[in-house]
Design a protein around this ligand. Structure first.
Ligand code: CP
Ligand code: NVA
Length: 306
């Protein structure tokens, strides 16, 4: 059976542990400049329907460092842009490459891609999930806190793709998560249900609260992301009015967290909106560690799936 990574639910907690442990080893090798070309001769096709800095570059560098090769394919570079179906694209690419990653709008489109692909498909972000981000976040939190189980994470802001994956990831590894999102912007009910089922199994909890102060209270990690995700530009004004100033991560809000709490952001950010500039560029914020860990984690994911 081919294994895909479309959402965090495609991984069991033991598999997440393996991916994170291997990422630590791969990171050490990278730092020591030891070669680790374990995927020599393999090729990755990368389909991007939205812009990307971290995801695109980390995948491409990962493949180079693993002795393998990556091909960047913008949506309109492919016949997809002219209406070739996702199914036929999957069938065709599978005849050439060993693994496919895709950043698409609709999550159902990547499900379709995986359905017709005979090689592993990795989600590089859809409107619903961003599992590669969550794995890098878990690695970053583990590095700073020494563990994952038993920690309290707080999510403040939009219940978006990054939030969904984090919520599933935390509850799979046994960390508590408390979310404060404006009414109507919470994560989808189905995913909250899934996270609660994970939490029952791992002994953690999911809490959805109205006040950001309550979510952040005594937390070890405070996470936020942009209020306006890619593809939501038309709703920007309406969303900003709804989210500001209440859902901004700033000094006053962080006073409710533990004194040694760290702040996470997947990047890119809009300092002055979801996070203040003083916090974004303070030592408390580990966003660029997260960005670096995208590389180490994706190497681990690629070797795990292949
Ligand atoms: N965090 C993240 O996925 O960044 P990019 O959009 O730059 O890939
Ligand atoms: N929620 C953001 C994440 C970008 C990495 C978006 O989807 O645009």
């Amino acid at each position: 059976m081919i294994k895909h990574l479309l959402s965090m639910q495609d991984l069991r907690s033991k598999e997440i542990e393996t991916i994170l442990n291997d990422a630590v080893k791969l990171k050490q090798k990278t730092k020591k400049e030891e070669t680790h070309e374990v995927l020599r001769g393999k090729t990755l096709a990368m389909i991007f329907a939205k812009p990307s800095t971290r995801t695109r570059v980390s995948f491409e560098v990962a493949m180079t460092q693993l002795g393998a090769h990556a091909i960047y394919l913008g949506w309109n570079d492919l016949q997809l842009g002219r209406g070739e179906t996702i199914a036929d694209t999957a069938r065709t690419l599978s005849r050439y490459v060993d693994v496919i990653t895709a950043r698409l709008f609709k999550h159902l489109d990547i499900v379709e891609l995986a359905r017709y692909s005979s090689v592993p498909v990795i989600n590089a972000l859809t409107d619903l999930h961003h599992p590669c981000q969550t794995l890098a976040d878990l690695l970053t939190i583990q590095e700073h806190k020494g563990k994952l189980k038993g920690l309290k994470m707080a999510w403040v802001g939009d219940g978006n793709n990054v939030c969904n994956s984090l919520m599933l990831g935390c509850t799979l590894v046994g960390a508590d998560i408390s979310l404060a999102c404006p009414k109507g912007y919470e994560p989808p009910t189905e995913l909250v249900k899934q996270a609660r089922a994970n939490a029952r199994e791992s002994g953690s909890k999911v809490e959805i609260v109205a006040e950001p102060e309550r979510a952040v209270l005594k937390s070890d990690v405070v996470y936020t992301d942009v209020f306006v995700s890619m593809g939501q530009e038309a709703e920007a004004n309406q969303k900003l009015k709804r989210f500001l100033p209440k859902y901004q991560v700033n000094k006053a809000l962080l006073n409710h967290a533990k004194s040694d709490a760290i702040v996470l952001h997947c990047l890119p950010w809009k300092p002055g909106q979801e996070i203040t500039k003083d916090i974004a560029y303070s030592p408390q914020c580990v966003a660029f560690d997260q960005a670096e860990n995208r590389l180490h984690v994706v190497k681990s994911v690629l070797t795990f799936l292949l």
